[in-house]
Design a protein around this ligand. Sequence first.
Ligand SMILES: C[S@@+](CC[C@H](N)C(=O)[O-])C[C@H]1O[C@@H](n2cnc3c(N)ncnc32)[C@H](O)[C@@H]1O
Length: 199
Amino acid sequence: MTDDHTHVQEFFTARAADWDTRFPDDGPAYAAAADSLSLSPGDAVLDAGCGTGRALPALRAAVGPQGAVIGVDLTVAMLEAAVRAGRDRDGALLLADVARLPLRSASLDAVFAAGLISHLSRPGPDLAELARVVRPGGRLALFHPIGRAALAARHGRRITDDDLRAEPSLRPMLARSGWRLDAYTDEDDRFLALAVRAS
Ligand SMILES: C[S@@+](CC[C@H](N)C(=O)[O-])C[C@H]1O[C@@H](n2cnc3c(N)ncnc32)[C@H](O)[C@@H]1O
């Protein structure tokens, strides 16, 4: 882990214990976002920046008992909360940085990442590392259970087109990182960018 991560780890360590109770109604939104990956039984899927593992039950349901679900996060306290919530029954939890995944190249069918990319100090290289572990034609879902404008308003900010998640910024960044943006939704109650691993 680098110094870049100290801030992220402190931020989420302070929030880990009550992360799930702060957002008790997000379950259906996470399930719908997981569905958008069109997973099949037996697939292998990574939840990048899985936190307390809120998406893991939906991902496990999609890939079934023969599939593989892996949750990666660099904040120990978030993974501990995931274990307390029993989410380790739905996926293998790994303490790791998405910048250096302990996974073989092209070994996965898909990556789900909720609330992750805004916290990455080097999103381009990190998205490229996510591309490395996904097979050509595999999929990426960048999800947030609130849209950009609603989130900015909550924080007293306004959105701009140079924001990382704005489509004019995100599309070329994904392309440089080995992904083709396939669908982009930014509504008050949902941000979802779907991309396909370029061959
Ligand atoms: C906003 S939280 C979202 C957690 C979970 N995906 C959810 O939706 O509830 C972002 C998570 O990403 C993790 N994270 C941030 N940077 C990371 C990195 N470089 N590698 C792995 N995890 C990271 C944080 O520790 C935190 O748990």
